[in-house]
Ligand binder design. Structure first.
Ligand SMILES: [Zn+2]
Ligand SMILES: [Zn+2]
Ligand SMILES: [Zn+2]
Ligand SMILES: [Zn+2]
Ligand SMILES: [Zn+2]
Length: 381
């Protein structure tokens, strides 16, 4: 700040010529600030965020805007989407955070090791102020995924019909009646171990196409979510599979959103179709790859129909936690995510298999690709 002597003619000339850079009027007598190569009425030197005068000696700039240091931090320093605190700087003084590649959820690196749960469907981390629901088998589900989740065997039957129609539309009708059962994680893993040569998706199996006679614990009635968002009152029942053909049942993990359940189902149906059509045992990448191609194709039909008609899905679960208008929007985003997951899978079996199969179908069509697989056990190049 300058000290001015009002009786010094030189100073007065300068003083009366000075214009405040904030309000563009003459500064006149009284206090003023000299900063950023300009003069200001103290009340005109304001923060761009809160609009209050800045009287501290230190302030922050962004472009031509001035901020209180605290207001600047509030606006520009990234906050963690999990704990809602500012993301801490690392020992090198840099702000280092993790972000989910699809959802762009930002979080402190520490949450990767501090036991913060992720949604078993969309993979987002549980924010500390919004509880996810806990399924009986240790999985957690976010409320948005819960909204379209398929929770029991009965509830899944309309979706099963849709997938059957999808296969019929491709001229690949599955003639045999294969039971579809929704199960818990443990029942799925047990059934997997009961198969002689099962294909399964690491790290977590979400669906199975069974060939052996087994007894499976199926979910008869969906759970309610009680205090602390815990699942309760779920009813399961043993279901004895009998072998009438090459496929005894399709099992799907319960509690996943309709679009994920449907894409897993489309995948498992392809295993069933090939087995019933008498395809030989294929290498894993061809077998899983072509099944992923069908899952991906089904997802595309869902995304297309959502964008053309903008009609909400036919899922019957709809425990309407969100307003009606919001649901299709999130469901669509979720569909994009599942599609992205299939496309960007890094595993040699599911990922590379999908990409090779997708390319073959793009080039030769599904029918010719399948014929080629049947004859040679390989994708056509
Ligand atoms: Zn002013
Ligand atoms: Zn401010
Ligand atoms: Zn955090
Ligand atoms: Zn989720
Ligand atoms: Zn598979």
């Amino acid at each position: 700040m300058l000290q001015l002597d009002p009786f010094c003619p030189h100073d007065q000339i300068i003083l009366f010529g000075r214009i405040c850079a904030g309000c563009n009027t003459e500064i006149g007598h009284g206090r003023f600030l000299n900063c950023l190569n300009a003069f200001w009425h103290p009340e005109c030197f304001r923060c761009h965020a809160c609009n209050l005068p800045i009287s501290d000696c230190e302030f922050s700039m962004s472009g031509n805007y001035r901020f209180h240091k605290s207001c600047y931090k509030e606006r520009y320093h990234p906050k963690c989407d999990v704990c809602n605190h500012f993301i801490p700087t690392n020992p090198a003084g840099l702000i280092e955070y993790r972000a989910h590649p699809f959802w762009i959820q930002k979080y402190c690196p520490s949450h990767e090791h501090d036991g913060t749960p992720r949604c078993c469907s969309c993979e987002r981390m549980e924010p500390q102020d919004t509880g996810f629901v806990a399924l009986n088998d240790g999985r957690k589900l976010c409320l948005e995924c819960l909204d379209s989740a398929v929770m029991d065997t009965n509830e899944c039957q309309p979706l099963y019909l849709e997938i059957q129609e999808f296969y019929e539309g491709l001229n690949m009708k599955v003639e045999q009646q294969v039971p579809l059962l929704l199960v818990e994680r443990q029942a799925l893993n047990e059934a997997r171990e009961g198969e002689k040569n099962g294909h399964y998706h690491m790290p977590e199996t979400r669906g199975l196409c069974l060939s052996e006679e087994q007894t499976v614990s199926t979910i008869l009635r969906r759970p309610r979510f009680g205090t602390g968002n815990r699942a309760m009152d779920m009813i399961t029942e043993p279901y004895k599979l009998t072998r009438r053909c090459e496929v005894t049942a399709i099992l799907i993990l319960y509690g996943l959103p309709r679009l994920l359940t449907g894409s897993i189902l489309a995948h498992e149906m392809m295993h069933a179709w090939m087995r019933l059509q008498g395809f030989r045992t294929l290498s894993q990448d061809v077998e899983e790859g072509i099944c992923q191609v069908l899952a991906h194709m089904w997802l595309l039909t869902q995304l297309d129909s959502a964008s053309s008609s903008n009609v909400a899905s036919t899922s019957s679960s709809a425990s309407s936690r969100l307003e009606k208008g919001k649901r299709p929007e999130f469901e669509r985003k979720l569909g994009e995510f599942f599609k992205h997951q299939i496309e960007s899978d890094t595993s040699p079996v599911y990922g590379d298999g999908f990409r090779a199969g997708h390319q073959a179908v793009y080039k030769y069509g599904l029918r010719r690709t399948l014929e080629h697989i049947r004859m040679t056990g390989r994708f056509p190049y």
